[in-house]
Write a new protein. Structure first.
Length: 358
């Protein structure tokens, strides 16, 4: 009955779904991708989303003395932006549905490869999309994190026209038994709802590329490489944190900044979430028509007022958004404090969000 309702709605809207499409579809379990930063291990979804950008970025930053730079100083922002842009250049070059293309993921997540990418960081802005690397040379070398024996499952058409904050959501849950969920559902209300079912249909095919040579090229049965992604973090082999955010290409950028705020600068998770953010636009946007703003960054207003000229001097094209602007994400997180037997939640004032325990 559900399939018939979906197909009937498509028929009235000029859509393409058939009963055969739905009959041939099945979900499956996937092993999460893993990377690490010092004694923290990250779990991410596969390359049908951008989740692996988070550990890739942090592995590039590992070993750099970020603390001495000062929180959100021009040098700190430049360093983090460079790591993000290097990881996103690799995402643009290599990420796609792993059922259709051979993604060199062991190379992309190896510590040796991260070191090679770190060596490509420069003293000034890239000004155009960062150079992509050659992870294939590192395919046989991979850092394998040590974790406890648990199961882990884990914008812009025109950015001024996209409605931020009423589309992608993020849900983080830890129950009384310690089971944790990290989930990033998306697309309502931009996508249609099937009458009578309360079921929405995704619009993520807008994130495919129509260039047949691109790893995220449109093909029948293929998943587009989407922006929604969710993360989990282990510390010293034990579960530590679940976190995520809405925000298109800002998602992994926001999570990198929140994690570093918390771990490097010692902020509690709510302070880490509320701290001012910065954002790079220095690659083709994930959403059609994949607009590209070379060398451009956006700063929240307090950073803009303080560091605009310094970032310009480093070669960036600098734009500004108001403090706590929705386009900087809406990070929510839960930390498991085993020492004090507490669950500690944080919620982002940039979008409608809530942390609640009972």
């Amino acid at each position: 009955d559900i399939a018939e309702a979906i197909v009937a709605m498509h028929a009235t809207k000029g859509g393409l779904f058939t009963k055969e499409d739905i009959a041939n579809y099945h979900g499956k379990w996937e092993e999460p991708l893993t990377g690490s930063y010092e004694n923290y291990t990250f779990f991410a979804n596969g390359t049908w989303c951008q989740g692996a950008v988070l550990p890739m970025t942090l592995q590039i930053l590992e070993g750099i003395d970020l603390l001495s730079m000062g929180h959100n100083s021009p040098l700190y922002m430049h360093t983090v932006l460079q790591a993000i842009e290097l990881a996103m250049a690799d995402k643009e070059t290599y990420f796609g549905d792993p059922d259709f293309i051979d993604v060199p993921m062991t190379g992309l997540l190896s510590k040796e490869y991260a070191a090679s990418r770190r060596s490509q960081m420069t003293n000034v802005a890239f000004n155009e999309m960062a150079p992509y690397g050659n992870p294939i040379n590192f395919q046989d070398v991979r850092y394998v994190p040590q974790v406890s024996d648990v199961d882990v499952a884990v914008y812009k058409n025109n950015r001024k026209e996209i409605s931020i904050g009423k589309d992608t959501s993020y849900i983080s849950i830890i129950d009384q038994a310690g089971n944790a969920v990290s989930l990033t559902p998306s697309d309502f209300p931009q996508s249609p709802m099937v009458d009578g079912l309360g079921l929405t249909l995704g619009n993520r095919m807008t994130q495919f590329r129509l260039d047949a040579t691109h790893p995220n090229a449109l093909e029948p049965g293929k998943r587009p490489t989407i922006t929604p992604n969710a993360s989990m973090v282990f510390k010293d082999g034990e579960f530590y944190m679940t976190f995520g955010t809405p925000g298109g290409d800002m998602q992994t950028q926001a999570l990198v900044q929140v994690f570093l705020n918390h771990i490097i600068f010692g902020m509690d998770i709510q302070e880490a979430i509320e701290a001012p953010r910065f954002r790079s636009l220095n690659w083709p946007d994930s959403f059609s028509p994949h607009e590209y703003h070379p060398g451009t960054i956006i700063l929240e207003e307090s950073l803009y007022q303080t560091h605009r000229q310094a970032m310009i001097n480093l070669g960036y094209r600098v734009e500004v958004e108001e403090e706590w602007a929705p386009e900087f994400g809406g990070v929510c997180a839960i930390i498991q404090d085993t020492l004090n037997n507490l669950l500690i939640g944080g919620a982002d004032p940039r979008q409608e969000s809530l942390a609640k325990g009972k």
